[in-house]
Design a protein around this ligand. Structure first.
Ligand code: NAG
Ligand code: NAG
Ligand code: NAG
Ligand code: NAG
Ligand code: NAG
Length: 433
């Protein structure tokens, strides 16, 4: 009779052990640093890829499809690179549009045979490159500072160095966060069975922010900020709005439903057709893009915002001066006082699903210094002239800085805080508890 009881004891302590080791090893969330490149106003992070963990700086593209880069450091050490072959499940997940046959012996990244392929987009120049997709080990760091590996992380090694044109000189490609199955959040979510959500906290110049992918308790005061966050539905544009974004013809960028714009106390009279997404053409609506330095507004919206802002600024005795391109409203900074939330100017609100849900921009996000004595309204007339239907409002990086943004992809919801400056903090402090 002694034998069975011993065996039960062994079994249960074994279960206990494996329970603890799982609790210790299965991550809940991953963290990536975010920095801003001062010369280009681009935001980038650092990744480690390949068996030798080549370290690369890559721009962050909220609306991007997949990771792409061009790096000789990686190329010369890419012994663990494997192509994604045509007709495979991975090719289907990547939504590859074709197959390339490239014969080099031995094969190298960018030239492998029978390879699932797609277009990568450079959103700064609007150019696209068609090339094979591959996979390699991606090393990631959990919010508990433990290293993990995504064994077969999909990406495109772009064989053309010229394709990096327009990117910050310290970066070699772009990391995608868009609504695809091969974006970083989606890959981490499926590899580690964590929530398909991510929090972005984008720093202003000189700062260091963070992105947290998954579910995590934030450190003070971010947990409190997150609990009080406002939310708005994330919309999908049924028409892909750039050549390579064809994923069942749904745009992979994140859209929100801006119903009106308020400057100071005044609601602007705007063309409602421009504010909503045209389901047939994909035109109109509001997207959020980290690859745009400043929010761009369709001409008629831009005019209305500038006119009202100039009027409301004049009422605060702020003196207008000659415009400095690309901005359409500039002011003598000596006539602007400062406050906890930056330059003390009229607020600009993007009003969402109801008049009580709005994304407010204070001076720290609405005014940019362009000279000793000149500050300008940090919105531009847009959109940038790239292919695809025209999005009326593209919320750009300067407006995102020092806000906590939570993209809950599976619930299709965006959480956005007020400027962190109101809580006496900034993205420099953002992290896990
Ligand atoms: C990877 O790193 C190891 C150790 O530093 C080195 O010996 C090896 O040559 C590297 N491999 C490649 C392909 O660079
Ligand atoms: C390339 O792949 C195709 C399809 O698998 C195959 O038919 C062909 O023989 C391969 N060519 C070379 C040079 O390996
Ligand atoms: C995507 O759009 C193209 C061109 O308009 C059309 O031919 C195709 O059927 C659409 N695909 C889906 C999945 O809707
Ligand atoms: C509103 O915008 C749409 C789309 O650009 C345009 O066709 C329409 O004429 C505009 N309406 C007014 C009243 O300006
Ligand atoms: C936009 O680009 C197209 C194609 O390059 C060009 O024909 C058109 O003139 C451009 N429009 C503007 C407003 O620059």
């Amino acid at each position: 009779m002694a034998f069975p009881s011993v065996s039960i004891l062994i079994t249960s302590s074994f279960l206990l052990l494996s329970f603890f080791s799982n609790a210790l090893t299965s991550p809940k969330a991953f963290i990536f640093p975010i920095r801003k490149d001062g010369a280009t106003n681009q935001y980038y992070t650092t990744i480690q890829i390949g068996s030798n963990a080549t370290t690369l700086n890559v721009g962050i593209d909220l609306g991007g499809n997949f990771l792409w880069f061009n790096s000789l450091d990686y190329f010369s050490a890419a012994d663990s690179y494997r192509p994604i072959l045509c007709g495979t499940n991975q090719c289907r997940i990547a939504n590859g549009v074709g197959c390339v046959f490239c014969f080099l012996s031995p094969p190298v990244p960018g030239c492998t045979n029978n390879t699932c392929s797609d277009y990568a987009l450079n959103p700064f120049t609007g150019t696209q490159v068609y090339s094979g997709l591959g996979q390699d080990v991606l090393r990631v760091s959990s919010t508990r500072a433990t290293q993990y590996e995504v064994k077969r992380f999909p990406f495109q090694f772009s064989p053309y160095p010229d394709f990096r044109e327009g990117l910050a000189t310290s970066t070699v490609g772009l990391l995608a966060l868009g609504r695809t199955r091969v974006s970083l959040p989606s890959q981490l979510s499926s590899a580690f069975k964590i929530s398909d959500k991510f929090a972005l906290c984008i720093p202003s110049s000189g700062g260091n922010g963070n992105m947290i992918i998954g579910d995590e308790v934030y450190r003070k005061p971010f947990q409190q900020i997150s609990e009080a966050i406002q939310t708005t539905p994330l919309l999908r544009n049924p028409v892909s709005n750039s050549g390579n974004e064809v994923v069942g013809n749904l745009s992979i960028a994140y859209f929100i439903d801006v119903k009106s714009i308020r400057v100071g106390e005044t609601s602007l009279a705007l063309n409602k057709t421009l504010l909503s997404i045209n389901k047939r053409t994909g035109e109109g609506g509001t997207s959020i893009r980290t690859v745009r330095a400043y929010t761009s507004l369709h001409r008629s919206i831009y005019r209305a915002v500038v006119d009202e802002f100039v009027k409301a600024a004049a009422a605060k005795n702020i003196k207008r001066v000659a415009s400095v391109a690309p901005f359409g409203a500039c002011f003598d900074s000596r006539t602007i006082s400062s406050s906890k939330t930056g330059a003390d100017v009229p607020t600009v609100d993007l009003v969402l699903q109801s008049s009580s849900v709005y994304w407010r921009f204070y001076g720290s996000n609405s005014m940019v210094r362009v000279g000793d004595r000149v500050m300008c309204l940090a919105f531009v007339e847009g959109p940038p002239n790239l292919s695809g239907p025209t999005t009326s409002i593209v919320v750009g990086g300067y407006q995102l800085e020092n806000h906590l943004l939570e993209f809950d992809v599976s619930a299709s919801k965006l959480g956005f805080s007020s400027t962190l400056l109101l809580s006496d903090t900034s993205c420099n402090q953002f992290g896990a508890a």
